[in-house]
Design a protein around this ligand. Structure first.
Ligand code: BES
Ligand code: MN
Ligand code: ZN
Length: 504
């Protein structure tokens, strides 16, 4: 979809459709909506008076202009109560409005910049949200459909603004919004891709092509090097699969004058059957998305490469399948991770923490700091928080709050869960240093505590996205399937860390 900013008066817009808005409780619309209302002979105010238009959040009213304006249709989007307006609501109504028009075959949409200048929302930020909402809301994954109805794509979105001085800021906001939404869609594509077409090798290939495009450093550690490094936990999980495991490494150098780099680590299980501790078959297909952490990290690296913050970032993606076979890892087996710690396997289905253990050790060896890992780690996190927010864990309160606000700006909600020492008890093993499951209770926390064994004293944050990586409904800018969660949080976090560095 082509995105442009148009310096014009809404009343002069031509084309298929114009999106305007209304706050709840407004009787006589002003601004752009008021100007359109005048052109339409007061139909909007009349529909408000009659109670058909209330301005409630996400309300959509279609008006055919029938020649009274150059544009064929006007859509009035309800923004809800003015004091409740958020950036996320701007994304959501824009998404709903764009999908509504796509269903009606509209290919060119013009919109006002919803919320610009209201309640402290700067025009550039509002424009960013409008662009994000439209791209994310219009996303669909239909590359494997050879027949049947594919939605008619929207070709062009124009943001209209009549004040010339505001145009540069709006253009800048659009550019960033386009990057953010495009990279989120890249993560969605990778997660939606079936596991037969997204093996560890395919994931490495995807990362490699992206790295070439964006001029990022790229390396893959193969099985042999994993053996040399002593990555027994990652290799243990990979044993059941015929697909060779990969440890994918991407490097972005935005501040070559300093040595350190931020570490982003993403769980890349391209299919999680549970292994010998096999999962029930009913929703096992969802486990093609068990590389959502990896996808978020790869996509975030693309976003970072395009936005170019002044900071160095290294991404690590341990990738393998988790399958049962005559050669697979078994409950009761003992593995040794790269830092020498031994792990008793209680469930082969708790494989994410195993591959992350070695990746985290490697991140430490590379002196990455802080380290942020992201993983579809535990069903327990889904049970605890539902699909509204992801779990966040961390040893450093300042870093945790920085991550939470990075998420907030991206419309990705995060809720902190505790890392009290006492939970470590549950991971104690009779035969090894730790075991890979901590029992039924507090499962998201004991998994995080397990990871903590391998990051030791490095500032670290862990994101558990098991509840949020998939959406079972179409709502706002989320559509059914992969959400691309984490991408926005990671990109914003890296920008925020870069700003903190340059200020210091
Ligand atoms: N990938 C799963 C977690 C998961 C479940 C993600 C549902 C998304 C949706 C993970 O590898 C897993 O199987 N975890 C087990 C851990 C248990 C055996 C301690 C779980 O949560 O059941
Ligand atoms: Mn599992
Ligand atoms: Zn898993």
């Amino acid at each position: 979809m082509k995105i442009n900013v148009l310096n014009a008066d809404v009343t002069t817009i031509e084309g298929h459709a114009l999106l305007v808005n209304l706050f709840e409780g407004v009787e006589k619309p002003g601004g752009a909506t008021g100007a359109v209302d005048d052109m339409l002979g007061g139909i909007i105010s009349r529909l408000i008076a009659e109670g058909e238009i209330k301005g409630k959040f996400s309300e959509i009213t279609l008006i055919h202009t029938l020649g009274s304006m150059l544009v064929e249709r006007v859509v009035v989007l309800g923004l809800g109560k003015q004091h409740e307006l958020t950036l996320d609501r701007i994304r959501q109504v824009t998404a709903e409005g764009c999908r509504f028009l796509r269903k009606r075959g509209v290919r060119k949409i013009t919109t006002v910049v919803h919320g610009a200048g209201i309640g402290g929302i700067e025009p550039a930020i509002a424009a960013k949200a409008v662009v994000e909402g439209s791209i994310l809301g219009l996303y669909s994954f239909n590359k494997h459909k050879t027949a049947g109805e594919k939605p008619q794509e929207v070709e062009e979105l124009s943001l209209v603004e009549k004040e010339m001085e505001k145009i540069p800021a709006l253009e800048e906001g659009c550019a960033i919004g386009e990057i953010m939404a495009e990279v989120t869609c890249l993560a969605r594509d990778a997660v939606n891709e079936p596991a037969n077409l997204m093996t560890p090798g395919d994931l490495a290939e995807l990362a490699r092509n992206m790295a070439l495009d964006e001029k990022l450093g790229f390396t893959v550690l193969e099985e042999e090097q994993m053996h040399k490094l002593g990555m027994g936990a990652l290799l243990g999980v990979a044993r059941g699969s015929k697909q060779p495991p990969k440890l994918i490494i991407l490097r972005y150098s935005g501040n070559p004058s300093v040595e350190g780099a931020v570490g982003l680590v993403g769980k890349g299980i391209t299919f999680d059957s549970g292994g010998i501790s096999i999962k029930p078959s009913e929703s096992m297909w969802e486990m093609k998305g068990d590389m959502s952490g990896a996808a978020a990290v790869i996509a975030a690296m693309r976003g970072i490469a395009r936005i170019k913050p002044q900071i160095n970032v290294t991404a690590l993606i341990p990738a393998t399948e988790n399958l049962p076979s005559g050669n697979a890892l078994k409950p009761g087996d003992v593995l040794q991770a790269m830092n020498g710690k031994t792990i008793e396997i209680i469930s082969t289905d708790a494989e994410g923490r195993l591959i992350l253990a070695d990746a985290l050790c490697y991140a430490r060896q590379q002196a990455l700091s802080p380290i942020i890992d992201i993983a579809t780690l535990t069903g327990a996190c889904h049970i605890a928080l539902g699909d509204i927010c992801s779990g966040v864990f961390g040893s450093n309160p300042e870093l945790v709050s920085r991550v939470i606000s990075a998420g907030e700006q991206a419309g990705e909600r995060l809720w902190q869960l505790p890392l009290y020492e006492e939970y470590k008890e549950q991971n104690k093993s009779e035969v090894a240093d730790v075991k890979n499951t901590g029992g039924r209770y507090g499962g998201a926390i004991t998994a995080a505590q397990f990871l903590a064994e391998f990051v030791e004293d490095t500032p670290w944050v862990h994101l558990d996205i098991a509840g949020t990586f998939l959406s079972d409904k179409e709502k706002g800018y989320r559509v059914k399937g992969a959400t691309g969660v984490g991408v926005g949080t990671l990109v914003n976090l890296v920008i925020s860390l870069a700003q903190a560095h340059t200020q210091a």
